[in-house]
Design a protein around this ligand. Structure first.
Ligand SMILES: Nc1nc2c(ncn2[C@@H]2O[C@H](COP(=O)(O)OP(=O)(O)OP(=O)(O)O)[C@@H](O)[C@H]2O)c(=O)[nH]1
Ligand SMILES: [Mg+2]
Length: 359
């Protein structure tokens, strides 16, 4: 019997832990979460994650007050606890804000422990708002550099980009809004593997995609509802300030597209979404697809795209990896329809590697 894969989300530092807790809440508590912080009051405020309180001797449970290297040393000293929390994890997501001390200092320790255990990790890091000051921004880029190539795939989100659509927001609104985008995207990645859609990616596919796309990943997300939801969502995916893909698409080597809708999601919309996203990317870029049908999302269409700037999957180097890579997706509960070596469950334009112009 195959073991059930275990996904875990790890939050490190204040904002990382709040995001991890909110993601677990969004999954109805079914996704396992671990929150690691030197601020014990912040950990106490969480409702869903297991807590890993560390650095008591150095910080007295009050947080590191921006001291990255002291936080890193404390995490190193308790490396065994980080490693223990990874036990039995098939795929991990690690989230941290890089402008403080704990997240920036402890994240590399968690990632090293994951590497030792062979656990693939999607790392999601937030860079500070520019208005938080040059010091924090500088500290964040130093922290980013210190990650080296730890982590399987890495998404760097700029808080400024996450709230680019709401210039008049207050600081609290901006923080909440930025956090919400990350929570929504991460819970969607989880739903992708857990909820059935038309085309499912299993955990093994997710691991393989992360490994093949090792390195930096760009992220796009758009949500729309109502009769014009398809065109609004695809337009936003391309053009919206901050999270639009227009400025990021040219360097893409491969993409993962996740389409989420309610029971009213139409197969046609899914196919059109693949067409629209493929048309945004350099010709021949393989696009892996996953759909999620969530009863709670009735009337809504949500598109999340991860763009990989490096892609090392065998078969992708021929520039026409779309057919090969998309072929591992499958319709839920249905054997693939293979005829003459072609998977007829894949849209023709993907199988034939046609480039579709959008109007
Ligand atoms: N989106 C979002 N970002 C936040 C929020 N709070 C903090 N950040 C960002 O995350 C960075 C790190 O903040 P924290 O997570 O609070 O810091 P920490 O890792 O706990 O570090 P110390 O408290 O210094 O030990 C900040 O510089 C901000 O850029 C929030 O509520 N939402
Ligand atoms: Mg803190």
């Amino acid at each position: 019997m195959e073991a059930t894969p275990v996904y875990r989300v790890f939050g490190v530092g204040g904002v990382g832990c709040r995001i991890a807790d909110a993601v677990v809440e969004r999954t109805g508590g079914r996704l396992a979460g671990v929150a690691a912080d030197t601020d014990f009051a912040a950990l106490d405020a969480l409702a869903y994650c297991r807590r890993l309180a560390f650095g008591r001797k150095r910080f007295g449970g009050l947080g590191s007050a921006g001291d990255v290297s002291a936080a890193r040393m404390s995490a190193e000293e308790e490396r065994a606890s980080f490693s223990r929390e990874l036990e039995g994890t098939s795929v991990a997501v690690a989230v941290a804000g890089l402008g403080g001390g704990t997240g920036a200092g402890a994240l590399p320790v968690l990632l090293k422990a994951a590497e030792e255990r062979g656990v693939p990790v999607l790392v999601v890091v937030l860079s500070p708002f520019a208005m938080q000051g040059a010091d924090r921004v500088r500290a964040a880029s130093t922290a980013l550099r210190s990650l080296g190539d730890l982590g399987t795939a890495r998404v760097l989100l700029s808080c400024d980009d996450l709230v680019a659509g709401a210039p008049g927001a207050s600081l609290q609104e901006a923080l909440d809004r930025a956090t919400e985008v990350v929570v929504a995207a991460l819970s969607l990645l989880w739903k992708m593997s857990e909820l059935r859609g038309y085309v499912n990616l299993g955990p093994a596919d997710v691991v393989q995609i992360l490994r093949a796309g090792r390195g930096a990943v760009d992220f796009g997300r758009a949500v729309a509802s109502g009769p014009r939801r398809f065109s609004e969502a695809t337009d936003a995916l391309w053009n919206q300030p901050g999270l639009g893909l227009a400025s990021k698409a040219s360097g893409a080597k491969a993409a993962l597209l996740c389409v989420l809708g309610g029971p009213d999601l139409r197969l046609q919309e899914v196919g059109d979404a693949v067409t629209a996203v493929s048309a945004m990317l350099p010709f021949g870029t393989p696009v892996r697809l996953s759909t999620v049908v969530d009863p709670a999302a009735a009337g809504r269409l949500e598109l999340v795209v991860l763009l990989f700037r490096r892609w090392a999957e065998p078969g992708a180097e021929d520039g026409g990896g779309a057919a090969a890579s998309a072929a591992s997706a499958r319709f839920a509960d249905t054997a693939a329809t293979i005829e003459d070596g072609e998977d007829l469950d894949q849209p023709t334009f993907i199988r034939r590697r046609l480039h579709v112009e959008s109007d």
